[in-house]
Design a protein around this ligand. Structure first.
Ligand SMILES: Cc1cc2nc3c(=O)[nH]c(=O)nc-3n(C[C@H](O)[C@H](O)[C@H](O)COP(=O)(O)OP(=O)(O)OC[C@H]3O[C@@H](n4cnc5c(N)ncnc54)[C@H](O)[C@@H]3O)c2cc1C
Length: 400
């Protein structure tokens, strides 16, 4: 295997990262930047027409890693978030406008198409000359002092495997970690579109009885749409031609941005929340969707994943610096402890919000209306909700 350093001749690398989605590529870059001997076992990621709203901490982390420079020309700032109760129910929440300026920020974050994000990440991986096996892992096994990853052309041995291999994670199964999954009676239709009127750098979220309908700014007079609705309605919309779909989207957006034109590349994603019972075990640490699948509500999924990646990179770099075994139980236990509260609280919040929209119970609707009212009226509560929390150092502009 040309180009791969050996650790005392026994390992092909100290850390092997399985999976080349955004979470895996960020792990590889962060570890390499910290001087850790890491390699990727990752076929090229599949084409992805979605966009990702990255919060300010994620943008800072990507800037520190030399990735954001490649995304910036394609990204739109999110300076405000408007939430509109579009349920037409008896108890409705007031419209809420969150402004980034209220918490001293220029923008909450930026929205960027995943294809540009992945291209920037891939370019950085190549620039840092991260060793890579461009094939899928076929089997992963751990013994006392190493982890072995079998791929089509051989086997890689490392101290630690980072499972960044998505929702159907082989690494998670190899670690014997089960998941809890809850499927919602909803699907997310995604597409990008252009519109006649400007979005003014504001994201607009209509809360409908079937789920949120969210328009997120892209550069120019363009936005990305995540429309959560019943699966049969999603299928019906998916089958429409471009003209009819554009009219339907404009109707659901109450013509806020005028006439619309949909771009090619629609996606349909069944909604579910799935969490791994443990985030690390037996020389395997999970990041991203291998650890948690979050419904696309409130832009939490990949932002959580990037915090996973930053946290494991920081913990591994520290263990490496102190000449400790980077796959040791103590290292994995610290990672699990550091990530527990962040992951649990975000999933809880997304769950509550989505369930309160779906339920027909007046008390739940009333509670949601009251919460939004309080968030609107009480400054400190409102500002706390908009902040991202402390998180790994990388999110605050420090090196790994
Ligand atoms: C509709 C929608 C909208 C979203 N919008 C946002 C948003 O605005 N903001 C946000 O923060 N998050 C958002 N998310 C969540 C975000 O997209 C996910 O969190 C993110 O894609 C997870 O990245 P990942 O790298 O963990 O997984 P993936 O992107 O699934 O990558 C996993 C990779 O592992 C590879 N792989 C699988 N098995 C193997 C194997 N055996 N060997 C090697 N490689 C393997 C796959 O090929 C793939 O490339 C959204 C999600 C959806 C569904």
């Amino acid at each position: 295997m040309a180009g791969v350093n050996t650790v005392a001749g026994k390992f092909d690398a100290e850390v092997a990262i399985v999976g080349g989605g955004p979470a895996g590529l960020v792990c590889a870059i962060a570890l390499k930047a910290a001087g850790v001997d890491a390699l990727l076992v990752a076929p090229a990621a599949a084409p992805d027409h979605r966009t990702t709203a990255l919060l300010a901490g994620s943008v800072t982390a990507l800037t520190m890693l030399g990735v954001w420079q490649g995304c910036r020309p394609h990204a739109a700032p999110l300076r405000a978030i408007r939430i509109v109760d579009d349920t037409a129910r008896l108890i409705r929440a007031p419209e809420v406008l969150f402004s980034a300026a209220e918490i001293g920020l220029d923008a909450f974050g930026c929205n960027v198409e995943n294809r540009h994000l992945l291209a920037a990440l891939e370019a950085r991986v190549a620039a840092l000359a991260v060793p890579r096996i461009s094939a899928a892992a076929l089997a992963v096994t751990a013994d006392d002092d190493a982890i072995s990853i079998v791929h089509a052309a051989g086997t890689v041995r490392a101290r630690l495997a980072i499972g960044a291999d998505g929702a159907r994670s082989l690494c998670r199964a190899a670690a014997g970690i089960a998941t809890k999954r809850h499927s919602y009676p909803q699907a997310a239709l995604t597409l990008n579109l252009s519109h006649a009127r400007p979005h003014d750098d504001s994201s607009t979220e209509f809360h409908t009885p079937d789920g949120p309908f969210t328009l997120v700014p892209l550069p120019g007079r363009r936005s990305s749409l995540v429309c959560v609705l019943r699966p049969e309605d999603a299928q019906r919309l998916l089958a429409l031609d471009d003209g009819a779909l554009a009219q339907e989207v404009e109707r659901r957006a109450h013509s806020l941005f005028g006439a619309m034109q949909v771009e090619s590349g629609r996606g349909l994603f069944p909604l579910a929340v799935e969490t791994a019972d443990s985030i690390a075990h037996g020389r395997i640490a999970l990041v991203g969707e291998a650890a948690h699948v979050v419904p696309p509500i409130g832009a939490q999924g990949l932002n959580l994943s990037l915090r996973d990646a930053a946290a494991i990179a920081e913990i591994v770099a520290e263990a490496r610096h102190e000449s400790r075994d980077v796959g040791a139980t103590a290292v994995l236990a610290r990672y699990a402890t550091e990530r527990r509260a962040d992951v649990a609280s975000r999933i809880f919040a997304v769950n509550i919000l989505n369930r309160s929209l779906l339920t027909d119970l007046i008390p739940a609707q009333g509670l949601r209306g009251l919460s939004l009212y309080l968030v609107d009226r009480i400054g400190p509560l409102r500002r706390a909700l908009m902040r991202e929390g402390v998180g790994p150092r990388l999110m605050r502009g420090a090196r790994v």
